[in-house]
Design a protein around this ligand. Structure first.
Ligand code: N01
Length: 541
């Protein structure tokens, strides 16, 4: 029986479906259109921007230099967009991404308010059937996931969350309308990069702010500033050199590790170097530090002590200062939150720090938060409790490959991928910014990742290839390589989203190596060699 006879609308079929209209999905759409393919982007939100669409929490902004974080693929786009701050705020970034969507007329191929719940592969097509939360289905030959490494927010597994009668919100589901903290008693749970940005903003206007901290993080000053018209022109004139530098550095940032080891220099020289980094804008103190900072324990202890002393100098109450100094991990072994007067917030009369290791949260109550020693009343509770990172956004979609095998089951003990882009048993599925990818300055990685996938699609198109699959051997080889790169790095000895640990998610209490810890240039070289060989490592049919 055909669709006419059943009265059902025919299933829409595309050459490619992209899941997600964040930066990677948007750019992939631009590139696939150039190949003349029919493409549909499915996006859960009502607008483009991904991370920058969802994370509207107060104080959200770039931690990387705005101009290094933008798209670089269009000179015209670079010429017409001015950044107003060195580290752009979320509203400006979202305006920029909407400008990109307008300029390239992207929205006509994006279906908004369409959350993908399932994607099942069928070898008879060969291709994928993608199901949305409203029950609709679409089909495609190639499925490209652009679902982001930090897009599955997790609420804390604290009893009573649903009983709170005031206003509460996870930072990644922040409302589109402004939220006023004036005259309000506010709680923030979580002190990662998001919590830090939120806390320093909310503290400006809240009647009272209580911060519930489980693990302090090593934060460093952002040193943001405005960009004048003249300065913007100078920055723009330098774009070719700046993007070239991003191609050459380890993580695509404007900063790269110093070539010296920590103890190669005198104490005086070392301290002067660290003072300079602490006083400089951006991630320099994290990724532009001595090259052994994350491999040599003594070196790491020394920089940790330097930053601890900064915290002691900035926080007036020594007891509070000690609570804010991490004791279970060294500087830089977790993502360093960048801050603007974050530590000074704790000198304000309207701010209280609660160390929930000393006085654990017992439950959220209808009126606030009950710890082991107090009942706190709040008007607003903000959950800055992070994400089921890297694999979480995949786990939330029922992805099934050949023979119905589930990706979630396949990755139960950690992701297995080929170049972070493909998985054997899941033909014609390509992942953008998936597990085992170099993260770093993400838009730089996105552009390479998308260009590589586009090259593969072009090759498939030109050579009439309908089925692309990574082989089991190549997946094993890449996965082993990624694991080996993580060996010896202090980063992988610490619990964090970067090691796949999330105490709020069942089965994610064990550390894994889920991201590529080698250099971005090495990663690109490996991918480019595969392309140059005519993708000989892949099974093509
Ligand atoms: O998430 P996190 P995030 N009870 O996982 C705490 C990027 N980002 O959203 O450390 C109590 O880092 C948890 O405590 P602990 C950036 O890459 C970029 O802050 O697990 N507390 C932690 O303090 C960043 O690294 C920008 O002990 C609980 C916090 O919640 C990544 O996003 C800006 C808890 C979660 O911190 C994630 O950052 C912001 C519980 N049950 C973020 N569960 C840019 O500038 C969790 N916590 C680009």
């Amino acid at each position: 029986m055909n669709d006419m006879q059943t009265g059902q609308a025919p299933v829409q079929t595309f050459d490619a479906i992209i899941i997600g209209a964040g930066m990677s999905g948007m750019y992939q759409l631009v590139r696939l259109r150039e190949l003349g393919l029919s493409v549909r982007v499915l996006e859960a939100g009502t607008g483009v921007g991904g991370t920058w669409y969802w994370n509207r929490y107060p104080g959200a902004r770039f931690d990387s230099e705005s101009y290094s974080y933008q798209f670089s693929f269009s000179r015209e786009l670079l010429d017409e967009w001015d950044w107003s701050e060195h580290f752009s705020s979320q509203p400006e970034t979202l305006r920029y991404l909407n400008h990109v969507a307008d300029k390239f007329d992207l929205r006509r191929d994006i279906q908004f308010s369409s959350r993908v719940t399932a994607a099942h592969y069928d070898d008879a097509m060969p291709g994928w059937t993608v199901t949305l939360d409203n029950g609709d289905s679409l089909q495609c030959r190639f499925l490209i996931t652009a679902i982001g490494p930090l897009s599955a927010p997790t609420m804390p597994n604290i009893p009573g969350v649903e009983t709170f009668q005031g206003r509460s919100c996870h930072t990644a589901n922040w409302p589109h309308e402004p939220v006023s903290f004036e005259g309000k008693r506010v709680a923030v749970i979580g002190t990662g990069a998001t919590g830090v940005q939120t806390i320093q903003e909310v503290a400006k206007t809240a009647k009272h702010l209580t911060v519930f901290q489980r693990t302090p993080n090593w934060c460093a000053p952002l040193h943001n500033s405005r960009i004048s018209k003249a300065e913007m022109e100078t920055i723009r004139a330098n774009y070719p050199a700046m993007f070239q530098l991003c191609q050459e550095t380890f993580s695509c940032f404007l900063h790269t590790a110093d070539t010296r080891n920590t103890f190669d220099v005198s104490e005086e020289e070392r301290l002067a170097f660290w003072e300079k980094l602490y006083a400089s804008p951006g991630f320099g103190i994290w990724v532009g530090n001595f090259k052994d900072m994350l491999t040599n324990r003594e070196a790491n202890a020394a920089i940790s002590e330097f930053v601890a002393n900064k915290i002691r100098q900035r926080v007036k109450d020594p007891v509070v200062a000690e609570k804010l100094i991490p004791k279970n991990h060294g500087f830089g072994t977790r993502r360093v939150p960048m801050e603007t007067r974050y530590y000074e917030v704790y000198n304000q009369d309207n701010v209280k720090l609660v160390d929930i290791n000393e006085t654990p949260i017992e439950r959220i109550t209808p009126t606030g938060i009950k710890t082991s020693d107090a009942d706190y009343a709040f008007d607003i509770i903000i959950y800055a409790t992070g994400f089921d990172a890297i694999t979480g956004s995949f786990d939330r979609i029922d992805i099934r490959g050949t023979d119905g095998q589930k990706l979630k089951d396949r990755w139960r003990h950690g992701p297995e991928t080929y170049l972070g882009v493909m998985v054997n048993g899941f033909p014609n599925m390509m992942m953008l910014m998936g597990p085992h990818m170099a993260l770093g300055n993400i838009p730089r990685s996105i552009e390479h990742n998308v260009d590589w996938v586009t090259g593969l699609m072009r090759f498939a198109h030109d050579n009439r290839i309908n089925r692309i699959e990574a082989t089991a051997d190549e997946v094993k080889a890449w996965t082993d390589h990624v694991k080996a790169l993580g060996d010896g790095l202090l980063t992988f000895e610490v619990n964090s989203w970067m090691t796949g640990v999330n105490t709020n998610v069942e089965g994610k209490q064990v550390r894994i190596i889920n991201r590529y810890a080698g250099s971005a240039p090495d990663y690109r070289a490996r991918c480019d060699a595969v392309a140059a060989s005519g993708y000989r490592e892949l099974a093509l049919a």
